[in-house]
Every structure is written in structure tokens, then in C-alpha cells.
Design a protein around this ligand. Sequence first.
Ligand code: NDP
Length: 296
Amino acid sequence: GIAVVGGGTGFIGTHLCKALKSKGYSVTIISRMPGPQRMTWNELNDNGLPEGTTTVINLAGQNVLDMKQRWNAGFKQNVFNSRVNTTASLAKAITDSDHKPAVFLTISGVGIYKPDKVKIYDESCAGEEYDFLSSLCHKWEDAAKLPDSDTRQVTIRSGVVLGKNGGMIKQLYMPFFLGLGGPVMPGDQFLPWIHIDDIVGLMLFAIKNNKVDGTMNGVAPHSVTNKQFTDAFAKAMGRPALIPVPKMVLNVLLSQERANMLTQGQRVLPKKATNLGYQFKYPDIVSACHELVKKD
Ligand code: NDP
């Protein structure tokens, strides 16, 4: 089939496109930057989907935790538009196409579930709008909804994706390597996580399995707290992780609304994936951390 991947140049996108190609898909990336086997968002709006498109995926989104960016109105607009408008453009392209693709797969975040130390969230929980990022998740998921049902629609609510060459691990590797790592305080907040191979695995599973429909949590079955993650990662690296990161520091560096993503957390279970028989390659944090520190 032909897969169109918005944000296919990113951390998750690169891994997913590689996996799709190995499964025999022909992949077109939608990017802000033109190039071979790519189209721009303007080209999508003008010309619609390539003929014969079977699978449409959106992974575009300005990096929220970019430390170089101040959390001001302009940046928040970019964070919002890069997710909601791109998803809406793809939904419109599907609605306008003569031959409907089989699947429309998008991503959203577990931030749609309100942080809580006791509650356990599965897909039967609708989520709440309690701050900017949770409202964004709602609008992002709404933008993916299609008016007719010819195309199966799936949204994966992803936890923090752990992989060697991107996302959170890329930021943490050097401080932990230098022995400067430590938990984000208070430490007992949950850190919903998933290994990069499993977020890609879940996406491939969702694409080929007709039973996957609507929202699906993209998290590992074994939940950990921030402290448990920190200990596992430090141990796998053979480094101490004794220097805690105080909440105040993150609130100042990132501004509180973003810092909350790290200083608070929610316990999320991948109920749908488990019930439908998806086998996690890295179900627990110890096996995941061993892979993350392994030399290629
Ligand atoms: P990346 O930071 O790697 O970015 C993905 C792509 O988004 C980029 O390659 C870029 O493509 C595109 N992009 C960036 N800024 C903009 C913008 N302002 N307008 C339009 N496009 C933009 O993201 P990840 O691969 O880590 O994540 C992919 C998606 O999954 C994101 O939406 C993210 O919010 C979500 N997600 C990620 C998690 C994680 O832990 N990584 C966890 C939960 C959700 P180009 O430069 O080619 O235009």
C-alpha cells in the first residue's frame, strides 16, 4: 500500500517510516521542507492525497519541551497549530478523496488524563480539559474524527517515548552519563512510558488489525514512577542518580504549565492493546533501559 506520514521526519516518524518500508509500503512524508518522496502541507491542501493512498498517519508537532523556547502565546500557538491544523488538513484530504484510505492513524498524549496518584486510566476514561495541554489533546483528537466511516480511525494516546536517538532519553543521556542524573521531584508521580519499538509496533498493529478502532493507550503495561524510571535508567548506565531535580527549577526553566508534564503524572494502562493481543517487546522498564544504553 501507499502510506502518507505527516511529521515522518521526526523521532517517531523516522522509526515508523523505516518499519513501513520494510513491510513493503511506499511512503510519502508530509513536511514543511520539500524533498524527494515528500510533499509539503501546502501541496496536500492544494492537491489532496496521492492517488492510491491506503494509510494516512499524522506525527507532526512542534516539540513542547524544547528548552530554547519560552512558553509564551506565540510558541503555544505553534504547539497547537502544528498538531491540530495538520491533523485537520489530513482529515479534510481524506474526506475530499474519491478513494478512501483504509486507515487514518493519529497520535495524542496521555496528558488528556488528569494527573492523579491513585486513579488508573484505561480507554474507557474520556479525559478532561484541565489545562492548556489537555485542551490541546481534546482538540487534536477531535480534529482527527472523520464524518463518514469508510476509513477506520485510530488515535494512540502515547506516553513518553523512550528511544536512543530522540525524545526524553536524548535529553537525559549526557547528565546521567556524567553522574548528574536524578529523579524529578517529588519522585512518586507516575511516568507513563513506552519504548520506541513498541509505539511503532502498536502503530503497525493498529494499521493491520481491523478490530483496533478509536482511542488506544500507547503505554507499557508496567507502570513506573519517576523515581523508579530514574533508578532503572541509572542502573543500566552504571551511574549514580542522586541529584534530584526540584520542582521549582523546572517551573522556572519551562514555566509551570509545561513543567507539570514532568512533576506530575498519571497511571495509564494499555487495556485495548493487551485485550486485542498486542505483545509488547519491552513491557517493563528494566528491559527497556537495558536496550536504551546498549551500544549499536
Ligand atoms: P518530533 O519533535 O521529532 O517532531 C515531529 C515532526 O513534526 C518534525 O519532524 C517536524 O517535521 C514536524 N514539526 C515540528 N514543528 C512543526 C511545526 N511548527 N509545524 C508543522 N510541523 C512541525 O516529534 P516526535 O517524533 O517525538 O513526536 C511525534 C508526535 O507524537 C508529536 O506530535 C508529539 O507531540 C507526539 N508525542 C510524542 C511523544 C514523545 O515522547 N516523543 C509522546 C506523546 C506524544 P518537518 O520538520 O519535516 O516539518
